[in-house]
Design a protein around this ligand. Structure first.
Ligand code: PMP
Length: 360
């Protein structure tokens, strides 16, 4: 078996020990005579698997008791609709911060359900910064303030949670959740697809303050009404059972590594190594402003774009795959989520140096 270093933005690399355990338990989970995929979601085995996953997640995040942890489906793009449906709560408008392509998608979708005020945008810097908090034109009557904590395509990340006062803060954390300790109490709601730091695609995580539930728009599909999902322990309809099981194994893996503080140190070391190499070179540029560079998605360009194909081809030959930037922006992107080992980043840095020596 040969495993590559997979820099995909998502679905993304998972811890090898998790994949191994899932493989070992594929045909017979803990002597049940069944694989997890074959279990009733209401049976005792799967109920125990889901309960353990939820409790590990609560422990990792140290989420307060008045926050509900929901396992949903539909991905972050579905949440772009589900959030306004549930969170407008009788108000007419919400504030959104535009930091790139994913927050723009959130804005476009929310406009179908209410008024959207783009309270700040980093368009003028080509989305290489986070707009300074003091420039945000927030509306104190807004239902919520929406941010994308980490723009997966642009590689821009909030260095800290912004203070938005009493208006609930809502964050799309698809590509940064569980990468570092998080003060859940600063948020009204956090959501994200699982397929980067958590597990297989198909599972969507929602963490929501309980007092915000119960005022969904009448048009909200019942399966997407947070109150209903919460009251039914994320089992109003059949949840993505296998994805929840693998996510539970990932949560256990994170805990065994030392929890979110250990993840933060691991991710900071990888980001430092890679950005350091890019900044020191005469062959590559990392366009994002240093204070808001993503620790998860490192975007960079070759000075000479004509060398892009040769760079990618040489990388692939060395087992470094999925480094091509998003099709909308070009360039390169190395996604270095929790499960990417330091050795993977070191191998990429070695290739950056080798390629520069040959072409510099
Ligand atoms: N938001 C962010 C920040 C993302 O990275 C992605 C996926 N790359 C999405 C939203 C869309 O997620 P999904 O495809 O799971 O709906």
């Amino acid at each position: 078996m040969t495993r590559v270093h997979n820099f995909s933005a998502g679905p993304a690399v998972l811890p090898e020990s998790v994949l191994q355990q899932a493989a070992d338990e594929m045909l017979d989970w803990h002597g049940s005579g069944m694989g997890v995929m074959e279990m009733s979601h209401r049976g005792p085995q799967f109920t125990a698997i889901a309960a353990e996953a939820e409790s590990l997640l609560r422990e990792l995040l140290q989420a307060p008791a008045h926050y509900k942890l929901l396992f949903m489906q539909g991905g972050a793009l579905a949440e772009n609709a589900i959030v306004p449906m549930n969170m407008l709560r009788g108000k007419t408008s919400a504030d959104y911060i535009d930091t790139g392509q994913w927050s723009q998608k959130s804005v476009q979708e929310a406009r179908r359900y209410g008024q959207v005020n783009v309270a700040a945008s980093s368009a003028s810097t080509g989305y290489t910064t986070i707009p300074p908090r003091e420039t945000w034109q927030l509306d104190p009557g807004a239902a919520y303030v929406h941010i994308c904590s980490n723009e997966t395509i642009g590689g821009v990340e909030y260095p800290a949670t912004p203070d938005v006062g009493d208006v609930p803060l809502v964050a799309d954390m698809s590509s940064s959740i569980l990468s570092q300790p998080l003060d859940v109490s600063k948020y009204g709601l956090i959501y994200g697809g699982a397929q980067k730091n958590i597990g297989p695609a198909g599972l969507t995580l929602v963490i929501v303050r309980e007092d915000l539930l119960g005022q969904a728009l009448p048009c909200t599909p019942t399966a997407f009404n947070y109150r209903v999902v919460a009251d039914n322990g994320s089992m109003y309809n059949t949840p993505p059972t296998y994805a929840i099981y693998v996510a539970g194994l990932v949560f256990k893996w994170i805990k065994a590594q030392g929890g979110l503080a250990a993840m933060a140190a691991h991710n900071a070391a990888k980001a430092l190594l890679l950005y350091g190499a890019l900044d020191a070179s005469g062959c590559y540029t990392a366009p994002v402003s240093p204070e808001c560079r993503s620790r998860m998605n490192v975007t960079f360009r070759l000075h000479d774009e004509r060398l892009d194909a040769a760079f990618l081809q040489g990388a692939e030959a060395r087992g470094l795959v999925q480094l091509k930037g998003h099709r909308s922006v070009g360039g390169m992107r190395a996604s270095i989520y929790n499960a990417m080992p330091l050795a993977g980043v070191q191998a990429l840095v070695d290739w950056l140096h080798e390629f520069e020596r040959a072409n510099g």
